[in-house]
Structure formats: C-alpha cells, structure tokens
Design a protein around this ligand. Structure first.
Ligand code: GUN
Length: 292
C-alpha cells in the first residue's frame, strides 16, 4: 500500500486565497484592514525568519502588519508595556508574541496579558482553558494544531471515534493538538519521553500526530496499516549530496511510513505551510470579531 500524500502547500494556498478574498471584500465594504502585530524579543535568527514570513504573508493577503522588535535584554515591564499598547490600539486586530522569549522573561505573564479577542496564536490561558473544557469554544485555536486538524479534515479522514496518538506534549503543538482531537470526539493518547513501549502505543493509532522534534524517530513498522500520519517535525540532518550539506526531515521516517500509512504529510510541504495560513485565518477572524 502506498499512502495518499497530503499536499500541505496546496491546502495552505487554498486557505490563503479564501482569506485574501474575504480581506478584499472587507476593505471594499469600507471596513478596517485586518492587521497583525508581531512582537519579537531578542535576535534569534530562526524566530526572526518566522516573524518575517508572517509579515510577508500579511502583505501577500492584503492585510496590514506592524513589527515590534525589542532587544534581547528588554525587561519584563518593557515587554508587558508593549503588549498593553497593542491591546489598546484599535488598528491592531491580532497580537503575536514570538516564542521562545529570552529566559529572563516570564512567558506566561506576557501571554495572559494579550486581550483574548486579539490572541491570534491562541496561547492565552483563556483560549487554551476554553479549548480544554467541554461545551466551551476558544476564540482562536493555536495555528499549527489547527493546521493539522484542517489537513485531516480536508483529506476526508474521519476523526470522530478514531484512536489518535499525539507524540509530544508541548504547549505550542502537542497539548493543543490533543485537546482539539478530543473536541472532535477522537480517543486520544498523548505520548512523551517517559512513555513505555512507544512503538506499541503508536501501532494503535488510526491518526498519528508526531511533534517531538526527533529526526525520523517513527519507523514504518510503528505505523498501523491505513493510518493517517501528520508529521509536525522539521529537523535538519546532514546530507552530503546537497549544496547546503543538509536536508530537512520530519519526526517520521517518510520512505518507510508511506508504504504502510493511508495518508501522510511530507516534510517539507506538509504541516509547515499550514501554520502561517491558519495565522492569517485567525487574524481575519480577529478583525471580524472586533470590527464586524
Ligand atoms: N514559536 C514556534 N512556533 C510558534 C508559533 O506558532 N507562534 C509563536 N508565537 N511562536 C512560535
């Protein structure tokens, strides 16, 4: 059996086109331009690159963006003051504080300050709390897990009643992904570094979401035949055949897994493009809530 490859690039492109169309309708109707503020504390090159792609996507979709860089030695008070200013600015609909922040900053205190209506990353305790409770709805769902669920739904994978296994319990991906799957009536197992006999747990999964950050850790013989495999990992490994001397792989051994799975996302070109597409969708939603 060879798996159906889930084309994240194409699905993300479709989301982006839908968002761009709704943005131009809003603007034509005289409503405000959806605008995202990005807060970047420090100069981590990976974070700077992510933030630059988020701003580029805003421009491509006709949305506004405002960048708020702060130095690596900014104080807690300075970061909080910037978030308060953005909360109070009616021209800003979404606030994204790029993570991780420098170690001296209390991330939780910053995230809980973000106005829930502007929390387009869905990381504020209020949004996560709503996601975790039955019958409550968050205003925003974290972008990468939202992208994972969107890929499953667009591919026609049935989530309700499925056995889902999530590898990893990070605040950004694993935990919110597990909560989203539960909210869609899957039976969910969350695995982490202390899980015993990981391969046998993974073999029970009709749906596998791998977000542990270990290159090609999940082998083909861990996969249940016909399973849907969503690979969130982006890991660089040495490859002498490439000019850069490296290539990107996921947390799943793609060549092995695609022979067993029913559906699988490639790396790159699977979950990656979805994160920014869902951020754009959330930012449009934020504008629609604040300026209907
Ligand atoms: N760092 C890694 N992923 C993310 C994300 O989705 N949002 C933010 N704010 N920071 C991140």
């Amino acid at each position: 059996m060879t798996a159906q490859i889930i084309d994240g690039k194409a699905i993300a492109q479709k989301v982006r086109q839908e968002v761009a169309a709704r943005v131009s309708e809003r603007i034509a109707a005289g409503k405000s331009q959806p605008t995202l503020a990005t807060v970047l504390v420090g100069d981590r090159p990976d974070s700077a690159a992510y933030v630059a792609s988020k701003q580029k996507a805003c421009a491509e979709l006709g949305m506004g963006s405002v960048h708020c860089p702060l130095p690596a030695d900014a104080t807690q008070e300075e970061v909080e003051a910037r978030v308060r200013e953005l909360n109070a600015d009616p021209k800003i609909h979404g606030i994204l504080v790029q993570l991780p922040m420098p170690a001296h900053i209390d991330e939780e205190r910053v995230l809980q300050l973000i106005n829930i209506e502007k929390d387009v990353d869905g990381f504020s305790p209020l949004n996560i709390g709503r996601l975790a409770q039955k019958g409550r709805k968050p205003l925003f769902v974290p972008c990468t897990p939202y992208g994972c669920i969107y890929l499953l739904e667009e591919s026609g994978v049935k989530i309700e009643g499925a056995n889902a296994v999530v590898l990893g319990r990070s605040n950004i991906v694993g935990m919110p992904a597990a909560l989203l799957l539960i909210s869609r009536n899957a039976t969910v197992t969350v695995c982490h570094s202390r899980t015993r006999d990981l391969p046998s747990v993974v073999r029970q999964a009709d749906i596998l979401i791998a977000a542990i950050g270990r290159a090609e850790m999940v082998r083909g013989d861990w996969i249940k035949p016909g399973a849907a495999v969503i690979d969130v990992g982006i890991n660089a490994i040495p490859d002498a055949t490439k000019k850069s001397g490296r290539r990107l792989v996921g947390d799943v051994n793609f060549e092995e897994a695609k022979e067993v799975a029913g559906y699988i996302t490639p790396v790159p070109g699977g979950v990656g493009p979805m994160t920014i597409a869902m951020l754009m969708k959330n930012t449009l939603h934020a504008a629609e809530i604040q300026d209907p």
